[in-house]
Design a protein around this ligand. Structure first.
Ligand code: IPT
Length: 992
């Protein structure tokens, strides 16, 4: 099994890439029978006359559990069954598949191969009743030569896929157990002499010469005849040949006299043609400019006629390691990567072209520049797309022995299987320019087998560095030469900075293979990581864990859909929602953290340089910014005052220039910002309409300046009743102190064995979730038109003699209510979710606008967002994390307003200092109790939280917790805020 380009009869067909007459897809509907174990298979089921008319139908490719047979099950590390390797359970779900394929007459006399793109875990194959073999790597193709078994006309192909095999112990990745045929099945025809493999390993010299190291292997069913020839040509976009390997005869072993054979054997390197193609002054391939060429590999018969042509896209780029840098085309490109699993909420591990493209286009649109194939080689289409779009790939072998990671790597019974997985991956994918490193697998310990696999890869493909985390797991400073990248996972910022400062490694750079665990509302301190990467030589980025939530779409009786996770299919052993830890939802809607990720890797940064000038930094590595058009907008209190353009032309990669910018006078007062937005002049195919490549903001008003909040057109007098404030027809209870939040996955996972871990365990231990109020004082006085209310409430927790005391002074004067708050938090509560107040207003106050960072939710440690005036609705504040949890917070707000659209009644809230707030239709309690999105009531009022302090998010579900500087301290918290009530225009449109 080598490369994957389809064979064509001629160059024209190969170039066009139309369906090849020599390939027959077997994708589509097959007959299917689901069995509890392989032994239950009917005898002769693979034979053509067998009657399968009562079998089910199933779509191939596709997991059977996603098509009504058996169930998926989710575990992370633990195996879903007991026993020791290589044992598997007696009960071993098995799928029998049958289909009939018509082999064209034109294939007579040709060789035929049956190819199963990927099947989990063990696949057996029969053609017309004869067994042809089996395969056990569920993420690489299995191919069998079936020439002697097929005939022109109908042929029966039967497959048996068995869920568990000895190889399952090598496939303990953190994902659903989901057997079936995951990738395409086909028949491929070649001549009896054919192109068996063609490595076209890309390179680029310092002088800008593109190179392809060619190694073509010719296969032969019979004794090869001399005189067959191979040639390779490289064509540019316009079809001009820009480099070639001239027609070369394929060597043959010379049979004959013993002396002839002896000599032949000493010099015969196999039926291989090798050489190097050079393309002078090529256009290099990079993530910013993925220029591709086309290589045509032609096999000619001894008489010179073309026997077979294969085409593939190639690109020229170099990768090297040195001086604490991983250099791509000579540049230490900062890796802003993601870990990508193949998962669809509807089709399991089978991804349609559309879903796959959407994944990669979304990455591009958020400035992701690299993907780690977690944790197995992906479908071939993935690499073609990464070549096309410009994404670097760390290609990872399908090896994870997590449940036995200290033993299997020393178990000789597994050595061959592990090695073969690495070798077959390298052979399949080595011609892709996108692949910049080979990974030996994930979490599989560290043994001699790793050293031997590494040596094999280095000898076979010296052009790429190696990646393997196993030996670094317990020691970041490990120097075993298996990995060329220091690629730890979830390491703290302090530890990676200490590594960089130590100077103990002068060759490799550190690129985190996993970090910033994106589970639920997460990715706190991503900006701090990026800052560390940018300010320490040797730190070169990382791969966020992970791209996507592996939820499985289900719907209830009312047709409302939701996403299932571990345990939802009745699994006894499972890891709950730990599989929902992605930057995008299962159906590929970006979570708010994606905006943060994008903001941190923008190609342009602009800052004030004094005296009417700005400093423009081109953050790209290879290209100028001339393709972007930068517009500026001067706003005061969120209103645009003046606009203009800034010239970005002629700034070399990684350079900074200072340019004059005339924006005119800025009126005194209010909060003034200059916002720059750069957008492409010609939108790349992967960018959605209106896409902004980069934004920057310069604050023009002094830090102390506050925006003027909107004033209701007609003020309405607020009255006071026993229980609260009377705003027209609405009674709003006096705000209560609030110090909890619905736990994020990082505060503590709600279900499964990990429940109780994390800061949430402390909160519950303190009894904060069940604190009871004791009113210590309540005094309501009227002074003329005004009211004065004093309240004192002690919140008793499970900690003896340590109530949290809330003192409140409320002055009601006409339309304005002023709250002086004091919340005294005893030292014992040294890590709270929030300190603030909570109030409930009717659901009808639906329209929301605010001044502060936006438009997405922001938290103290995830707040790289433009400041301005944002509009939304309370309904749209909802962020549907698969596990309902805290969401919708707005850090650093200056004011916000809620408006009832029917009559224009509005509440404006502001404070002397910046505050956090959220306006949601769900209470802390409802969000805490819910396990799935459909558990949430959809008719709740609006819960307003105003926070003086709110805990950052961190990533403690797997990695460092919220840094101390983003936590909430105990002590006495005092602040003042005001609420103004009135009527605005009634027609307030709901804007988003
Ligand atoms: C680590 C794994 O590599 C990854 O597959 C995933 O499980 C991730 O972290 C957590 O979501 S495993 C962890 C125990 C370090």
């Amino acid at each position: 099994m080598g490369w994957q380009a389809a064979p064509y009869p001629d160059a024209a067909g190969a170039r066009r890439g139309l369906p090849s007459p020599w390939v027959r897809s077997l994708d589509g509907s097959w007959r299917f029978r689901y069995l509890p174990r392989p032994g239950a298979a009917p005898r002769r089921f693979a034979e053509p006359p067998y009657d399968d008319s009562r079998w089910d139908e199933i779509e191939v490719p596709g997991a059977w559990a996603m098509q009504g047979h058996g169930r998926p099950a989710y575990t992370n590390v633990v195996m879903p069954f007991g026993g020791e390797p290589p044992d598997v359970p007696e009960e071993n779900p098995t799928g029998l598949y049958r289909t009939t394929v018509t082999v064209p007459r034109a294939w007579r006399g040709r060789r035929v191969v049956l190819r199963v793109g990927a099947a989990e875990s063990l696949v057996h194959a029969w053609v017309n009743g004869t067994e042809v073999g089996f395969g056990k790597d569920s993420r690489l193709p299995s191919e069998w030569d079936v020439t002697d078994l097929v005939e022109a006309g109908p042929n029966v192909v039967a497959l048996a896929v068995v869920q568990w095999s000895d190889a399952t112990w090598l496939e303990d990745q953190d994902q659903w157990w989901m057997p079936g045929i995951h990738r395409s099945v086909s028949l491929i025809s070649t001549g009896p002499t054919w192109l068996a493999d063609a490595a076209l390993i890309p390179g680029l010299t310092e002088a800008g010469v593109g190179t392809l190291d060619v190694d073509v292997t010719v296969g032969n069913r019979h004794d090869p005849q001399p005189g067959w020839q191979v040639e390779v040509a490289v064509e540019d976009r316009r079809g001009r040949t820009v480099g070639q390997l001239a027609t070369t005869e394929v060597p043959t072993f010379e049979h004959g006299e013993p002396l002839t054979e002896l000599v032949s054997g000493m010099f015969f390197a196999g039926p291989r043609v090798r050489g190097r193609i050079e393309v002078p002054a090529c256009e290099p391939w990079s993530h910013e400019s993925p220029v591709r060429y086309r290589a045509l590999v032609t096999l000619r018969r001894p008489d010179g006629r073309v026997a077979e042509v294969r085409a593939r896209r190639v690109g020229f780029r170099s990768v090297e390691v040195g001086g604490n840098e991983l250099r791509i085309n000579g540049r230490p490109v900062q890796i802003m990567g993601v870990n990508h699993h193949e998962h669809s909420p509807d089709t399991g591990r089978t991804l349609s072209d559309e879903v796959l493209r959407r994944d990669l286009e979304l990455m591009k649109a958020h400035h992701v520049n690299a993907v780690r194939c977690a944790h197995y080689p992906h479908d071939e289409r993935f690499y073609d797309l990464c070549d096309e779009l410009g994404l670097y790939v760390v290609d990872e072998a399908n090896i994870e022995t997590h449940a036995r990671q200290a033993s299997l790597c020393h178990d000789p019974r597994y050595t061959a299987a592990m090695s073969e997985r690495v070798e077959r991956m390298v052979r399949r994918d080595r011609s892709h320019p996108c692949v910049i490193a080979w990974s030996l697998g994930n979490e599989s310990g560290s043994g001699a087998v790793h050293a031997s696999m590494a040596e094999w890869v280095r000898a076979t493909d010296p052009s790429r560095p190696l990646h393997y985390e196993g030996s670094l797991m317990h020691d970041l400073y490990d120097t075993t030469p298996v990995t060329d990248i220091v690629c730890p996972m979830y390491t703290s910022i302090d530890d990676i900075v200490a590594w960089a400062r130590s100077g103990r490694d002068d060759r490799r750079s550190l690129i985190l293979c996993e970090f910033s665990h994106a589970m639920g509302n997460s990715n706190g301190s991503l900006a701090d990581y990026v800052h560390a990467f940018e300010s320490h030589h040797g730190l070169q980025g990382g791969f966020v864990w992970e791209w996507l939530d592996h939820g499985i779409r289900r719907s209830d009786d009312d047709g409302r859909s939701w996403f299932a996770y571990g345990g939802d299919f009745g699994e006894q052993v499972h890891d709950a929602n730990f599989c929902c830890d992605g930057l995008v939802s299962p159906d590929r809607v970006p979570h708010p953290a994606m905006a943060e990720l994008a903001a941190l890797s923008q190609p342009v940064r602009i800052e004030a340089a004094g005296r009417g000038r700005v400093r423009i930094a081109n953050r790209r590595w290879f290209t100028e910014l001339d393709d972007l058009r930068c517009r500026w907008d001067l706003t005061v209190d969120g209103r645009s005052v003046r606009r203009g353009e800034l010239d970005l032309a002629g700034i070399p990669p990684r350079a900074e220039v200072v340019r004059a910018l005339s924006i005119g006078d800025v009126a005194e007062g209010g909060e003034a910002w200059l916002t720059f937005r750069s957008a492409p002049r010609r939108r790349p195919g992967w960018a959605p309409p209106g896409w902004v490549a980069a934004w920057s903001q310069v604050r023009l008003s002094p830090a102390a300046a506050r925006p003027r909040p909107p004033a209701p057109r007609r003020r309405r007098t607020v009255e006071v009743a026993d229980a609260g404030l009377v705003l027209g027809d609405v009674l709003v209870a006096f705000p209560d102190a609030s110090f909890t939040r619905a736990p994020t996955d990082n505060d503590g996972i709600k279900t499964g064995w990990m429940a109780g871990v994390g800061v949430r365990g402390r909160w519950r231990g303190w009894g904060l979730d069940r604190a009871t109020p004791e009113t210590q004082a309540l005094e309501v006085r009227r002074r003329g038109e005004a009211w004065l209310v004093r309240r004192g409430v002690a919140w008793h927790t499970a900690v003896d003699d340590a109530p949290i005391v809330h003192r409140q002074r409320i002055r009601v004067d006409g339309a304005t209510v002023t709250f002086d708050e004091e919340i005294v938090v005893p030292e014992v509560y040294d890590d709270l979710a929030r300190v603030g107040v909570h109030l409930v207003v009717p659901r009808a106050f639906e329209n929301l606008d605010w001044f502060g960072p936006g438009p997405h939710e922001t938290y103290p440690d995830r707040c790289t967002a433009p400041v301005g005036r944002w509009r939304s609705t309370v309904t749209d504040q909802y962020v549907d994390y698969v596990m309902p949890q805290e969401h919708g917070h707005h850090h650093d707000a200056r004011w916000f307003r809620l408006r009832r659209p029917d009559d224009g009644a509005e509440l404006v809230v502001r404070a002397r200092r910046r505050f956090g707030f959220s306006a949601l239709h769900h209470s802390v309690e409802a969000l805490t109790a819910a396990r799935h999105t459909i558990d949430l009531p959809d008719d709740g009022p609006t819960h307003l939280h105003l926070d003086l302090a709110h805990r950052g998010l961190g990533t403690a579900s797997c990695g460092p917790d919220t840094l101390p500087r983003y936590r909430v301290d105990p002590g006495t918290h005092r602040w003042t805020w005001t609420l103004t009530y009135g009527l605005g225009p009634t027609s307030g449109p709901v804007q988003h």
